[in-house]
Design a protein around this ligand. Structure first.
Ligand SMILES: *[C@@H]1O[C@H](CO)[C@@H](O)[C@H](O)[C@H]1NC(C)=O
Length: 266
């Protein structure tokens, strides 16, 4: 009740309403969830902040798969994959080294990487590899741009012979594009993917308090599992395709202009 009246009191003040600390009443959350969900297209997408639908759940015989890539800073890597059709979830972490339970400040021989959970009926491993190659410079030695060091090296982590085969083929193809320098990307069997600390998950999205608020300020564990958050993390980094960037931008503008839609019905 207190939250509701605070929301009402705020309805005449746009700038205050956009601050991160304003609590959302459940009806607001519902509307926002519907509005945001309608954008990402699926009828099954109407979602409440506390109920994350799992697109793979309805098809137990077709479980989602995971792929792990290292391509520089994992803040950006997560945003590279989050907006792709068929990507269900993303997470950042560490792999490729020998130190058990690495942490950001003591990675040792691990690399920063992204774990991509995907629906193989909607996107193939081969397509993910294409995105991997086109999203970083595989010929820079131990780094990406100004991020230099062992933790930023380029790696395709494979799990199974089919992934190894596809990875090796794609690397050959990439090398054949130019012989003037060497593709430094390693192909490694994935031993263990260690999740990174919470503050590194959905990092780009966390720089945008407004979007977090529009999603209902989800608690950390829900944010990490959310497909919507994976998409909006890409949006925040401006790594969605241009037409999707525009679409989401327009929708956010709409919500701001019209104020909280469901308040009118309370
Ligand atoms: C490798 O794939 C299998 C399923 O094919 C999965 O159960 C296993 O957890 C994966 N390994 C790693 C390290 O992710």
């Amino acid at each position: 009740m207190e939250e509701l009246s605070r929301s009402r009191a705020l309805s005449g003040n746009h700038s205050t309403r956009l601050s991160r600390s304003v609590p959302l009443s459940p009806p607001n959350l519902l509307t926002l969830a519907v509005v945001l969900a309608s954008f990402f297209g699926g009828a099954q997408c109407i979602r409440l902040a506390n109920r994350i639908p799992d697109p793979a759940a309805g098809f137990p015989d077709q479980p989602s798969r995971t792929a792990v890539f290292a391509l520089g800073s994992f803040w950006r890597s997560e945003a590279v994959f989050g907006c792709l059709d068929g990507v269900v979830r993303t997470a950042v972490g560490y792999a490729g080294g020998s130190k058990p339970n690495p942490e950001y400040r003591s990675l040792r021989d691990h690399a920063e990487c992204v774990q991509v959970e995907y629906d193989p009926r909607l996107i193939s491993y081969r397509q993910l590899l294409d995105v991997f190659w086109s999203s970083h410079d595989s010929r820079q030695v131990l780094g990406q741009g100004p991020d230099v060091g062992n933790q930023y090296r380029s790696i395709i982590f494979t799990n199974g012979t089919e992934e190894s085969r596809l990875a090796a083929l794609s690397k050959e193809r990439e090398q054949s594009k130019s012989k003037s320098s060497v593709v430094t990307t390693q192909i490694q069997h994935l031993e263990t993917f260690y999740h990174a600390e919470p503050e590194h998950q959905k990092f780009e999205l966390k720089q945008k308090p407004l979007i977090l608020q529009l999603m209902g300020n989800l608690p950390e564990d829900e944010l990490q599992k959310s497909s919507l958050a994976a998409k909006l993390n890409s949006f925040a980094a401006e790594l969605c395709p241009p037409h999707i960037q525009k679409q989401i931008d327009a929708k956010i503008g709409d919500i701001i202009r019209k104020s909280w839609p469901l308040l009118r019905n309370v």
